[in-house]
Ligand binder design. Structure first.
Ligand code: ATP
Ligand code: MG
Length: 360
C-alpha cells in the first residue's frame, strides 16, 4: 500500500520509510518524531518552490540540514500565527507617556522589564522573569495601555485575544478555540499575549453554567503551560472584576504577578495632562488648576476631555478663521461634559481588592 502524508504511520513504519528513502537508520520512536518534521519540511519546500516536492527529496534535504530545516519551519509557522492573530508592533513612546511615578510603572520595570532585558543578571541571581500576569482595576485606568507599553518597551509583538474571537464558532467551541489559540501563541518568540475582559473566560466555577465551567477549567490547564515554555512569551490578562475570577486561578503557581492599576495621584495626572495638552494648539495653561480639577479622572476620562477640547478649538477656528489657542478656561468650560469615572466608593472597593488580591 502506498502510504502518504495523510495516513498515520506507526513508529516502525516511519523508521522503515526513512531508511528506504535515505539509507539512514533510526530507532522507531525517534523516527516517528523525525517523520513529522520531514513532512513539515516537505510542505515548506513545496511552498517555497511552488511545486510539489517528493518525499525522497524532502527526506534527504531534511537529514542533511536538520537544525536549519526545523528552525526554518518554526519561523515560517510563527509568521503565519502572527498574521492570523493580528499581531501588532507598538512604539516605545507608549511607555514614555506613563509617568515614572504612576503605579505600577516602577513595579513593572523591576519585576517584568528588567528581568527580561537583563537576562544574564537575572540568571546569575536566580530571578525568573514572570510569564503570566494579571492587571486589575476600575475601567479606564490604563490596564490595556500598560500592556501595550510593555510590548513597546520590550520591542515584542502585541497580540490581543478578545473573548469574542473565541466565540466565533458558537458558545460550545470556546474551550476548544481557547486551547488551539493558546497552543499556537505558546510557540511564538518575543510576544505579549493580552486577554482583556478576562472574567468572561475565567469566572468562578461555582457561579457559572456548565459551559462557563469548562472554559474556566481549560484556562486552569492552559496557564501553567506558559510557564513550562523556555521562550519569550508573556501572557497578560486584565479584568475590572478581580472578585469574579475563579479563586483557583489566583493562587500562586498560575499567575506570577497580580498587579493593581488604580487612579492617578497629582503627579501622575500631571504627566497625562501634559501629554494630551502637548497635542493641542495651546495658549496660557494653569496646569496646577487642571490637576486640582481632575482629581477623580481616569486616563480614559482625561483622554475624552481632550478630544472634546480639540474638537471645540477646531470648530472655533473654523467659525472665526482666527488662530484659536486652548487655555485653562477652554478646558474648564468643557469639563462638565465629562463625568469622572472614579467615585469614593469605587476607590474604596479597589483598595480592598488590592489588599486581598495583589501579589507582586
Ligand atoms: N499614562 C497614560 N498616558 C496617556 N494616556 C493614557 C495613559 N494611560 C491610559 N491612557 C489612555 O487612556 C485610555 C484608557 O486606558 P486603557 O484603555 O488602557 O484603560 P483600561 O484600564 O484598559 O480600561 P478598561 O478596563 O475599560 O479596558 C486609553 O485610550 C489610553 O490610551
Ligand atoms: Mg482595557
Amino acid at each position: 500500500m502506498n502510504k502518504n502524508s495523510t495516513e498515520i504511520l506507526s513508529p516502525e513504519e516511519c523508521a522503515s520509510k526513512i531508511f528506504e528513502m535515505s539509507g539512514a537508520k533510526f530507532e522507531p520512536d525517534m523516527a516517528s518524531d523525525l517523520w513529522t518534521k520531514i513532512l513539515q519540511h516537505k510542505w515548506l519546500l513545496s511552498e517555497k518552490l511552488t511545486r510539489d516536492v517528493g518525499f525522497r527529496t524532502a527526506c534527504i534535504d531534511f537529514l542533511e540540514n536538520m537544525d536549519q530545516a526545523i528552525d526554518e519551519y518554526m519561523s515560517y509557522k510563527r509568521r503565519d500565527i502572527l498574521t492570523e492573530m493580528g499581531a501588532q508592533t507598538i512604539g516605545r513612546e507608549v511607555w514614555d507617556t506613563i509617568s515614572d511615578s504612576q503605579p505600577p510603572k516602577q513595579l513593572v520595570q523591576r519585576r517584568i522589564i528588567l528581568p527580561l532585558t537583563e537576562l544574564d543578571l537575572s540568571r546569575k541571581h536566580g530571578v525568573s522573569p514572570p510569564k503570566t500576569i494579571i492587571f486589575f482595576g476600575p475601567p479606564g485606568t490604563g490596564k490595556t495601555h500598560f500592556v501595550k507599553a510593555i510590548a513597546g518597551v520590550l520591542s515584542w509583538w502585541y497580540i490581543e485575544i478578545a473573548p469574542s474571537m473565541l466565540l466565533e464558532d458558537g458558545p460550545g467551541k470556546v474551550g476548544a478555540n481557547l486551547r488551539r489559540m493558546m497552543e499556537k501563541v505558546r510557540t511564538l518568540e518575543e510576544a505579549v499575549i493580552f486577554i482583556d475582559e478576562f472574567e468572561e473566560l475565567a469566572g468562578k466555577r461555582d457561579q457559572a453554567d456548565r459551559l462557563d465551567k469548562s472554559i474556566t477549567n481549560e484556562f486552569l490547564k492552559q496557564v501553567p503551560l506558559f510557564k513550562n515554555e523556555a521562550n519569550k512569551v508573556l501572557l497578560v490578562c486584565a479584568t475590572n472584576y478581580i472578585r469574579q475570577l475563579d479563586q483557583a486561578l489566583l493562587r500562586p503557581g498560575r499567575f506570577d504577578c497580580i498587579i493593581p492599576v488604580g487612579g492617578l495621584n497629582n503627579d501622575e495626572r500631571k504627566t497625562v495632562l501634559e501629554y494630551y495638552l502637548s497635542q493641542l494648539n495651546t495658549g496660557p495653561i494653569d496646569l496646577i488648576k487642571l490637576i486640582e480639577e481632575t482629581s477623580r479622572f481616569t486616563p480614559a476620562d482625561i483622554q475624552y476631555l481632550f478630544e472634546q477640547v480639540a474638537q471645540f478649538a477646531f470648530e472655533e477656528e473654523i467659525a472665526k478663521r482666527d488662530d484659536f489657542r486652548v487655555t485653562t478656561e477652554t478646558v474648564l468650560h468643557l469639563m462638565p461634559k465629562v463625568r469622572p469615572s472614579l467615585t469614593d466608593e469605587i476607590i474604596e472597593e479597589f483598595e480592598k481588592d488590592t489588599l486581598i488580591y495583589a501579589r507582586v
